[in-house]
Design a protein around this ligand. Structure first.
Ligand SMILES: Cc1cc2nc3c(=O)[nH]c(=O)nc-3n(C[C@H](O)[C@H](O)[C@H](O)COP(=O)(O)O)c2cc1C
Length: 418
C-alpha cells in the first residue's frame, strides 16, 4: 500500500516531500509554519496579505499608525479614493517578512509567498508589482499567485532578474481559468512551475459561485491533467481543498498529481498564527457550524465558521489605516453597505451590516474565522485534556501524519506532559 512518502515533487533541481502547506492570510500561515514545512522537506507558504499590518505586529514598524495619521482628515469621508499605499513602505514590509522567514529556513524544502490579486489596494497593478518584486528581491524561493486570474501578473514581473529562476505558480479552480492564464502569459515565454487546482472544499475565498457544492476536486484535477497532457505541457499539478488524510493525498498522487496543498489541518497547529482560543473554535466546529457566504467585499464566496464575530458586525470602515480591498476607483463593497446602513439608521450608535464585512479589520483582529469544509473533522485529530481543551498539535506531527499515514488513519498526538 502506497503512502505520500513514496512520491516526490520535482521543481527544477529540487526534490521535495509532496506536501505544500497553503498560504493563509493574514499571518495565519506564519513564517514559523512555513519554516517547519521547509525543514521537513516540503513547501511552506507565508502570505503577503495586509503585509504592513503584519510587519507592525512582528517587526516593530509603525506603518499602520503612520498611514492613519497621514489620512486622518479623511476618516469621516465616504469617498476613500484619496487613500494610497506608500509603495516604498509596502516593499519594506514585504522585505522584512520574507527575510524573517528565509533567514531561519533549514532543511531541503522551500518557502513560497501567497500573493492575492484581489488585494487591490487602490492601485491594483502598482501595488501587486511592488509586492511581487519585493518578495523576489528579498529572496523568497517562490510565489503562488492566488485569488484572481492574474492575467497580467507574469507581464508585471518579466523584467525582474529573478523572473526565470524563482518558482512561480498559479491557483486555478477550472481548466478554463488555467487556459486563460496561459494564453495571457504566453508572450512572457515562461510557463508556471506548478499549478495548484483548488476545489470547492477549500478555506478562504472560493473560485466558484454559490453553486460550489456541484463541483468536485478530483474531476477538475483530472481535467487539468488531461489538458496539460494534450498540450504537451509538463507542469506539476497540485490539488487542494478537502485533502484531510495521507490516504486522501495518496489517492491524488496515484492519479497523477505531483503534490497536494493542504491548510485546514494546520489551523490547529502550535505554529499557526490564530490565537489559541480561536484554534479551540476550529476544533469544536461541527459540520452545521460551517457556511459559505458572500460577505467578503472581494465578490468571491468565502467559507467560515458561522459564529465568527465578523458576521453582521457594523464596524466603521478603517480604510485610512488599512484599505487593502479598495479597488482601482477607491471603492470597497463594505464601505458602500456600511454607508447604506448608517443612512438608514440616523442617530444609531452602532449599525449592523449583514451583507458585507470589513475584511481588513476583521481579518486583522482574527474575528473572521475562515476555514475549510472539513474543519468539523479536526476534533478527530487530537485529544481533550483534563481542562476540556483540545491539545494543540505541532506542525511536524500533522506534516508527518500526511507523509506516512495509511488506511485513512489520523495519528493522535502523544498525551501532553502535565
Ligand atoms: C484559515 C485559512 C485561510 C486561508 N487563506 C488563504 C489565503 O489567504 N490565500 C489563498 O490563496 N488561500 C487561502 N486559503 C486556502 C488554502 O491555502 C488551501 O488552498 C486550502 O484551504 C486547502 O484545503 P484544506 O484547507 O481543505 O486543506 C486559506 C485556508 C484556510 C483554512
Amino acid at each position: 500500500m502506497k503512502r505520500v512518502d513514496d512520491f516526490r515533487l520535482r521543481l527544477g533541481k529540487h526534490e521535495l516531500v509532496p506536501i505544500m502547506i497553503g498560504g493563509m492570510g493574514v499571518d495565519i500561515s506564519t513564517a514559523d509554519l512555513a519554516v517547519e514545512a521547509a525543514r521537513l522537506g516540503g513547501v511552506g507558504h507565508i502570505s503577503d496579505a495586509m503585509i504592513n499590518t503584519v510587519a507592525d505586529r512582528r517587526y516593530d514598524t509603525k506603518q499602520v499608525k503612520e498611514k492613519l495619521a497621514f489620512y486622518k482628515y479623511n476618516v469621516k469621508n465616504e469617498d476613500k479614493s484619496a487613500i494610497k499605499f506608500d509603495l516604498g513602505k509596502l516593499a519594506e514590509a514585504t522585505r522584512l517578512h520574507v527575510e524573517h522567514a528565509m533567514g531561519r529556513k533549514t532543511g531541503s524544502g522551500l518557502i513560497f509567498i501567497n500573493c492575492m490579486e484581489k488585494l487591490t489596494m487602490n492601485a491594483p497593478r502598482e501595488t501587486l508589482k511592488v509586492r511581487m518584486a519585493a518578495a523576489l528581491d528579498a529572496g523568497i524561493d517562490g510565489m503562488t499567485l492566488a485569488a484572481g486570474l492574474h492575467l497580467g501578473s507574469f507581464s508585471l514581473l518579466e523584467d525582474h532578474p529573478r523572473f526565470r529562476d524563482a518558482k512561480l505558480g498559479i491557483i486555478v479552480s477550472s481548466v478554463r481559468a488555467l487556459q486563460l492564464f496561459l494564453k495571457k502569459s504566453a508572450r512572457t515565454n515562461r510557463m508556471p512551475d506548478y499549478v495548484v487546482v483548488e476545489g470547492p472544499l477549500a478555506g478562504g475565498h472560493l473560485g466558484f459561485g454559490m453553486d460550489w457544492a456541484q463541483y468536485d476536486l478530483a474531476t477538475i484535477v483530472a481535467e487539468v491533467i488531461k489538458f496539460l497532457k494534450d498540450e504537451h505541457l509538463d507542469i506539476p499539478v497540485i490539488p487542494a481543498g478537502g485533502i484531510f488524510t495521507g490516504t486522501d493525498a495518496t489517492r491524488f498522487l496515484e492519479a497523477g498529481a505531483a503534490a497536494v496543498q493542504v491548510a485546514t489541518r494546520f489551523t490547529v497547529s502550535k505554529e499557526c498564527g490564530l490565537p489559541d482560543p480561536i484554534k479551540q473554535e476550529y476544533f469544536k466546529a461541527t459540520e452545521d457550524d460551517i457556511e459559505v457566504n458572500q460577505i467578503s467585499p472581494t465578490g468571491y464566496p468565502m467559507r467560515m465558521i458561522k459564529s465568527s464575530p465578523a458576521i453582521g458586525d457594523g464596524i466603521r470602515p478603517n480604510c485610512e489605516a488599512y484599505g487593502y480591498l479598495l479597488d482601482a476607483n477607491g471603492k470597497c463593497a463594505y464601505v458602500t453597505s456600511y454607508n447604506r446602513e448608517v443612512a438608514a439608521h440616523p442617530g444609531a450608535r452602532k449599525v449592523s451590516v449583514m451583507d458585507k464585512t470589513c475584511l481588513c479589520t476583521q481579518m486583522r483582529n482574527f474575528d473572521l474565522w475562515t476555514c475549510g469544509q472539513l474543519t468539523y473533522r479536526l476534533k478527530d485529530t487530537s485529544t481533550l485534556d483534563a481542562s476540556g481543551q483540545y491539545q494543540l498539535l505541532t506542525a511536524e506531527h500533522i506534516f508527518k501524519d500526511y507523509q506516512f499515514s495509511v488506511d485513512n488513519k489520523v495519528a493522535l498526538p502523544e498525551p501532553a506532559v502535565a
